[in-house]
Design a protein around this ligand. Structure first.
Ligand code: CTP
Ligand SMILES: C[C@](O)(CO)[C@H](O)COP(=O)(O)O
Length: 235
């Protein structure tokens, strides 16, 4: 097997946005990153996997102000894992931008949703290696089903070609100056991932095929799927 180019140990700062409101997950305000998945909360699975990568150095979690008491309860685990906390922001991108302030000394940054607990170690290694070579890379998985678009003004729906369509995953990994430059140019126009911001700055972002087990806990049933995958030791 070809060996992947490996960046120097500890050269990648991992930033995990974890400051969301979990509106699609719970109407009662339960935050999905603290939902129990097997022996750990969701956020800890994501961090433990990143910590297993020799390339990962600093780990920064962007948190919601109202969640500080919950993070205080995780103090010992955060210390063991060498995690720094920073304040998140209104949008996911605001949270990532806050995390970047603590990552400036690292040559590379990996942005990974704290709500993606089951990212395979091999996928982390592959996307870091790709970004080490190209400067910008993200994990993505091919769209599997048939896509339909439904608009309020039309009855029924319209089929959208899935040709060349992939679903973006995380980590999304960049040379730090590439992502920082993209954020410096950001005028606040909404984006839903960091690769979109880098694309807008004119930098090509390489797509690395990733596993669909790297699902994002978004709705309650996603946690059930993740628990089944974990129980089957499929991840
Ligand atoms: N202002 C925000 C919004 C989102 N996130 C984080 O970005 C990741 C992906 O966001 P998403 O799945 O959309 O989480 P929520 O915004 O909490 O979901 P919802 O839209 O259902 O409220 C999550 O780990 C979330 O905590 C963040 O750090 N800061
Ligand atoms: C970053 C991401 O997980 C890639 O698919 C996704 O864009 C996050 O979107 P969300 O609406 O913040 O969950």
């Amino acid at each position: 097997m070809n060996s992947l180019p490996v960046p120097p140990a500890g050269s990648v700062a991992a930033i995990l946005p974890a400051a969301g409101q979990s509106r699609r997950f719970s109407k009662a305000g339960e935050k999905k990153v603290f939902a129990r998945l097997g022996a750990w909360p969701v956020w800890q699975h994501a961090v433990e996997r990143l910590r297993r990568s020799p390339a990962v150095g600093p780990i920064i979690i962007a948190i919601a102000d109202e969640d500080q008491p919950l993070w205080d309860l995780e103090r010992e685990t955060l210390q063991r894992l060498g995690v720094l906390l920073c304040a998140g922001g209104q949008e996911r991108s605001d949270s990532v931008r806050e995390g970047l302030r603590l990552a400036a000394e690292s040559p590379m940054v990996a942005i990974h949703d704290a709500a993606r607990p089951l990212v395979p170690d091999a996928d982390i290694a592959a996307v870091i290696a790709a970004a080490w070579k190209s400067g910008a890379a993200l994990l993505a998985t091919p769209v599997r089903g048939t896509l339909k678009r439904q608009t309020p003004e039309s009855a029924g729906c319209v089929t959208v070609s899935r040709e060349h369509l992939w679903e973006a995953l995380t980590p999304q990994v960049f040379r730090t100056e590439v992502l920082q430059s993209a954020y410096d140019r950001w005028q606040g126009r909404p984006v839903t991932d960091d690769a979109q911001l880098v694309e807008r700055s004119g930098v090509a972002v390489e797509m690395v095929p990733g596993s669909a087990v790297n699902l994002k806990i978004t709705q309650p049933e996603d946690l059930q799927v993740a628990a089944a995958l974990l129980a089957a030791a499929a991840v």
